[in-house]
Design a protein around this ligand. Structure first.
Ligand code: HDL
Ligand code: ZN
Length: 392
């Protein structure tokens, strides 16, 4: 089968597979204003704000003094009119507007604001999920967030939005929780949320073992709770928080971590399952090596600064070469509903030739694949690896 025919078949299988988006910052409609959607939030995404400050003559403190609409107007003018939207995040907004049937060159945001004003969320959400080809997403839920916590009293469950229990406040900030109390707290909330996993982002300086509060809570509360609840722990390692606080959410950076922490955790806690994503490009290959050593380690995603076609291609190729289909290639990390449209379009577009090339090499080495073979692989990569890992 020539590559183009093969690539077309892979592209079709990817297009027709409803993925599970295993890490997002989206919220089910029942969470009200916590769920962000529409043009003003799309344009004030922190990825775009970081790019704005490089091209607009405005200082961050002056920008933060503007209203949401004024900030969105400035981003549109600077990154989409004065300059061409050729970065990943700017091109993504164009892809969203185009997918929704809107003119992508409007001189002002008025027509877009009118379009989103006319949408009702349930229909709009269904349309966006269909355009993105996603069956469900996993939210990032923080029981210590005063904004979110009370909403769990009456939120209706929605099978398209699974919960994950986020541990950053507990593990990375000075809370008074002792391990035994923290364990009860976590088991209670994970049960209440029906969390499919617990998650924490960790700095590049993270060490395990270490004689510190975070390690005591990991070993005394988090790991036993996950084991008893039979859910994985997601470790997202390598973020350097607030290297430039003036940029707020856009102020975080990345750093190379010492992944021997993963080695110790996987070896010392064989009854725990781990989802691991690392933020530094330099950590990707050794994460694949560790996944070959520990069957309780599931690498996932091209996280944040790695969610670009060049990185997605490089990282997925080395994962396929070393792990076959025993990993989860991508998550969207979407913060604004409509972002799933471009983030999953880019993933499918980037991975079709990568997968096709793999099958081409297999054919040259002696075995051709059928469409059913390709469907089996894509199902595993984007659905069953996660479903099995979360024992769902
Ligand atoms: O810690 C995280 O979950 C990161 O994904 C941050 O939320 C980050 O700001 C982000 O949105 N990355 O895509
Ligand atoms: Zn995230």
């Amino acid at each position: 089968m020539v590559e183009t025919v093969l690539e077309a078949m892979v592209a079709e299988v990817l297009a027709s597979t409803q993925v599970i988006d295993i890490h997002t910052h989206l919220f089910a409609p029942g969470f009200g204003s916590l769920g962000l959607w529409g043009i003003d939030h799309l344009l004030t995404y922190h990825y775009l704000e970081a790019e704005l400050f490089r091209s607009a003559p405005i200082r961050p403190e002056a920008y933060w003094a503007l209203s949401l609409a004024q900030r969105a107007d400035l981003v549109w003018k600077t990154l989409f009119l004065v300059n061409n939207p050729i970065s990943e995040a700017t091109r993504g907004v164009i892809a969203v507007l185009d997918a929704l049937g809107l003119d992508t060159s409007a001189r002002t945001l008025a027509p877009y604001r009118e379009f989103f004003r006319e949408q009702n969320l349930p229909d709009h959400l269904a349309r966006v999920f269909k355009l993105a080809g996603i069956e469900s997403v996993v939210m990032t839920n923080d029981p210590l967030d005063p904004e979110e916590s009370p909403r769990w009293n009456d939120v209706a469950s929605d099978k398209r939005f699974q919960a994950s229990l986020r541990l950053d406040r507990l593990l990375n900030q000075e809370t008074a929780h002792k391990p035994a109390e923290a364990r009860r707290f976590l088991e209670g909330w994970a049960t209440r949320m029906r969390a499919v996993y617990m998650a924490v982002s960790l700095p590049d300086s993270f060490q395990f073992p270490a004689n510190d509060r975070r390690n005591q809570l990991l070993t005394g509360a988090v790991l036993p709770a996950c084991r008893d609840l039979n859910i994985p722990l997601s470790l997202m390692i390598g973020v350097r928080r607030q290297v430039n606080p003036a940029l707020r959410l856009a102020g975080d950076a990345s750093g190379r971590a010492d992944l021997r922490s993963i080695e110790t955790l996987c070896r010392e806690f064989p009854d725990n399952r781990f989802l691991v994503s690392v933020l530094s490009r330099e950590n990707q290959h050794e994460l694949c090596v560790y996944a070959r050593k520990f069957a309780n380690l599931m690498p996932f995603g091209c996280w944040w600064f790695l969610n670009n076609p060049s990185m997605l291609e490089e990282i997925t190729r080395e994962r396929l070469e070393m792990l076959g289909t025993s990993f989860i290639p991508q998550h969207s990390d979407a913060r604004i509903l409509e972002q799933v449209i471009y983030k999953w379009r880019n993933t499918r577009r980037t991975l079709a030739p990568v997968l096709a090339k793999t099958y081409q090499l297999l054919a040259e080495d002696g075995r051709s694949v059928t469409r059913a073979d390709i469907e089996r692989d894509v199902q595993r990569l984007f659905r069953t690896n996660f479903q099995n890992w979360t024992s769902r």
